[in-house]
Write a protein that binds this ligand. Structure first.
Ligand SMILES: *[C@@H]1O[C@H](CO)[C@@H](O)[C@H](O)[C@H]1NC(C)=O
Length: 301
């Protein structure tokens, strides 16, 4: 028996088509949605309006007193940071700074043995588009949540559905020992050091494959978290253990626990390269403490 459209009242037909379109749209978008839906509990850390919003208008001349202009933590090395109005200082630097990093599996130049080696924006400039969010819950066994988001790589078909989409994942921010024991302690090379870190890749395997595509990485990527009981020691220019009573330690920062930078220094550099970069933001240097003083490059007097 043939059903004629005319047999349906127009209103019913409209409702039917609306439901059909909605279900179809849901199915299609679900198919192309990556990552786990992240519902972090707890309060998001950070400020909405940046204290650097006026960095190019703010007067840096004339005032010799050092003031703090802006405070930042970068939970994942070489990714975007979180700007704060206040923070805690812990032995490795500012709390939550450089506790995570991405690494790639590379053969050792001499032995050919595969090892994990840190990655940064020096090799993968697109890392500047990876954002991080912090939802700390210090009393919770997971310590809260770190959420990482980056643009999804466009699929060949249907292109329009992946364009402008993001991949997002969440991992425990500072989990207790028994939770972290699920993530094997693995040697990871950072500059000349080989600290042990927790390889958390098993929790975000699918998202790491997406990250490889986004960064154009030819090698396998992994996500590491510092091991709280095996911190990386700082020697070189750091004060000695005999002077301090302890050896300075750091997370996955390059060399020192805190990176301090003066706005006047960056302005001075900018004045020399104005033709190439008219407005060089101090944010590009990923410092923890951005200070203001007319005394270039000499924050400590
Ligand atoms: C860590 O948290 C888990 C989950 O709540 C709990 O079962 C475990 O006892 C905790 N371990 C330690 C060492 O606190």
């Amino acid at each position: 028996m043939a059903i004629e459209l005319a047999e349906f009242p127009p209103l019913q037909l409209l409702a039917f088509s609306a439901v059909f379109v909605a279900v179809g749209w849901l199915l299609l978008t679900r198919m192309f949605q990556f990552g786990k839906p992240s519902n972090p509990v707890g309060q998001k850390l950070g400020i909405e309006k940046s204290n650097l919003a006026d960095e190019f208008e703010y007067p840096v001349d004339g005032d010799e007193d050092w003031k703090i202009k802006s405070l930042w933590v970068f939970p994942v090395k070489s990714c975007r940071g979180v700007e704060l109005d206040e923070t805690n200082v812990v032995p490795t630097g500012l709390e939550y700074d450089r506790q995570f990093m991405f690494a790639e599996k590379k053969p050792h130049p001499q032995s050919g043995i595969l090892q994990w080696v840190f990655i940064t924006q020096r090799k993968y400039p697109q890392m500047a588009l990876i954002t991080t969010k912090l939802y700390p819950l210090p009393k919770c066994p997971t310590g809260g949540t770190l959420t990482v988001t980056f643009p999804a790589s466009p699929r060949r078909f249907p292109h329009s559905l992946t364009r402008g989409k993001f991949v997002s994942f969440s991992v425990p921010l500072a989990a207790n020992k028994s939770i972290m024991s699920a993530f094997p302690l693995t040697s990871v090379k950072i500059w000349l050091d080989h600290p042990m870190g927790h390889d958390m890749s098993s929790a975000v395997a699918g998202e790491l494959r997406e990250l490889e595509k986004f960064l154009g990485a030819k090698r396998e990527l992994a996500l590491f978290r510092v091991c709280d009981s095996k911190p990386r020691e700082v020697h070189r220019n750091a004060p000695k253990k005999e002077q301090l009573g302890y050896q300075s330690v750091v997370g996955f920062a390059d060399a020192y626990p805190v990176h301090l930078l003066n706005l006047a220094s960056v302005r001075e550099l900018n004045s020399r390269i104005m033709d190439k970069i008219p407005e060089l933001s101090i944010g590009r240097f990923r410092a923890n403490i951005i200070g203001l003083s007319s005394i270039i490059g000499s924050p400590v007097r």
